[in-house]
Write a protein that binds this ligand. Structure first.
Ligand code: AHM
Ligand code: MG
Length: 335
């Protein structure tokens, strides 16, 4: 096999979505079009990231804070706007909601026909941008039932089982897109010379157990005793390895591919932890269940959580079923 022969059959993302959808109904064409737009957003963001520091306004802060009181980076704003402009042209999405926007963003010209909402975190792990480490984008597509444009978006406040599709884009040494439309989890790698996402892993299954535990142990001082019990357990048993990059998408991707558990537990002061349900934890929970793993708040299946507000946070325990159960068992013991 020389470099001139294809070592894969070169299934592109758009072809794959269409193949996946053969058994689906009228939504098939829509989901396919939506995935193509998400892929385009991913390419535009990957291109911008690859020039960070070389062109103006790519690194550092804007000087503003978002609705959650976090400092906003230039890359957050850029990526947030990329998704908006890409979906303005799609016709299918009437509303977008993201980590960077206080309220949902409506595209009135799409709303008569746009039956979907895109939920997204444009740059996950943005503290990694300035030091040239991996970041990601997380997305979920939900059916939109509320079209009165009253901005309440109360129809979004349902459990994560209502997601039609979910996935992420990981901007690492290569750009990888992972998605599920409820029919397995599939991964694609961007071939920059073709500008296409090419299928690299189909029907990914997470191992039932893995060596990695991924958690910010700097928070030990403010954890509940149960989470401390878990970390003491892994410190005292052979076969565990600690990995934590500061970008959820990257840490999750390792666990999806190799097994283990990622945790962002609540703390005594913030029992809900840091990560947001609708565009961070629920999409990844959808993926891990599709891959045969589990996602939990520690006491409840994550996809069962019904939020009361758009930017609601949840604790997260996600990964291999056995490892998630182990964490849950420590929590049960202390309830
Ligand atoms: P962000 O979306 O504002 O970047 O925040 C989410 C990130 C996750 O990617 C990561 O897992 C976590 O925050 C890291 O937080 P901490 O620095 O508290 O460990
Ligand atoms: Mg985030």
């Amino acid at each position: 096999s020389s470099e001139h022969t294809l070592d894969r059959d070169c299934t592109t993302l758009s072809r794959h979505v269409l193949q996946q959808l053969q058994s689906f109904g009228p939504e098939a064409q829509d989901l396919s079009a939506l995935m193509n737009r998400i892929a385009l957003a991913g390419k535009l963001i990957a291109r911008h990231l690859s020039r960070a520091g070389l062109v103006a306004d790519t690194l550092g802060f804007t000087g503003k804070t978002n609705v959650q009181g976090e400092d906003v980076k230039k890359m957050d704003v850029f990526a947030n706007d990329v998704f908006i402009s890409v979906f303005k042209q799609s016709g299918l999405v009437c509303r977008l909601a993201s980590e960077e926007m206080d309220k949902p963003y409506y595209i009135p010209e799409n709303c008569p026909i746009g039956r979907y909402t895109l939920l997204y975190d444009p740059i996950d792990g943005s503290s990694n941008v300035d030091i040239n480490l991996n970041v990601g984008s997380i997305f979920a597509i939900r059916r939109q039932t509320d079209d009165d444009l009253d901005q309440s978006a109360s129809d979004l406040l349902t459990h994560g089982r209502d997601q039609l599709a979910a996935g992420y884009i990981l901007y690492g040494p290569t750009t990888v897109l992972v998605y599920s439309i409820g029919n397995g989890v599939h991964s694609f790698t961007l071939d920059p010379s073709l500008g296409e996402f090419i299928l690299t892993a189909e029907n990914i299954q997470v191992p039932q157990h893995g060596p990695t535990y991924s958690v910010n142990e700097g928070n030990f001082w403010q954890w509940e005793e149960s989470i401390r019990d878990f970390t003491r357990y892994v410190h005292r048993h052979e076969g565990y390895s600690s990995r934590y990059s500061g970008a959820l998408v990257g840490d999750f991707h390792r666990i999806l591919m190799q097994g283990g558990v990622f945790l962002y537990p609540g703390t005594k002061k913030k029992p809900e932890g840091k990560l947001r349900l609708l565009y961070e934890t629920a999409p990844l929970a959808f993926l891990i269940e599709q891959a045969g793993g589990s996602a939990s708040t520690g006491t409840e299946r994550l996809l069962d959580v019904v939020p009361t507000e758009l930017h609601q946070r949840t604790p997260l325990v996600i990964g291999s079923t056995e490892d998630v159960s182990l964490v849950e068992s420590f929590i049960q013991e202390r309830l």
